[in-house]
Design a protein around this ligand. Structure first.
Ligand SMILES: [Zn+2]
Length: 115
């Protein structure tokens, strides 16, 4: 399960950050997850509840910002949002197919809030 190993990695990153700060516990962990990251929100929430047990993040909130897929059309010189992750990235202005992805592949920890 992809989300469980992701959640474990996120908790590890947060714990390292907390230890560096000399913090006692982690209040919140914020993630940025792009549409192409292949993360199922409900599965991630559940995995986080499991992964945080017995760690400094035991009572931490998970704040996830899901970022839509954004592509760039070279013909129009415009960026456009692709609403359906599974759709091909067709420019809504000129119907040109774009493979120039500007957003949507993110999968990282935005910040960790510690006490
Ligand atoms: Zn275009």
């Amino acid at each position: 399960m992809h989300e469980l190993s992701l959640a474990q990695t996120v908790v590890e990153i947060a714990e390292e950050a907390a230890k560096r700060e000399g913090a006692e516990r982690i209040e919140a962990i914020a993630l940025r997850v792009g549409a192409l990251a292949g993360v199922v929100p409900e599965a991630l929430e559940f995995a986080f509840e499991v992964a945080k047990r017995g760690t400094l993040a035991d009572n931490a909130r998970l704040e996830v910002r899901y970022l839509p897929l954004v592509c760039y059309c070279a013909r129009c010189g415009l960026e456009f949002e692709v609403e359906d992750d599974h759709a091909v990235a067709l420019c809504p202005f000129c119907d040109e197919l774009s493979d120039d992805i500007r957003q949507g592949q993110e999968l990282d920890v935005a910040y960790v809030e510690v006490v």
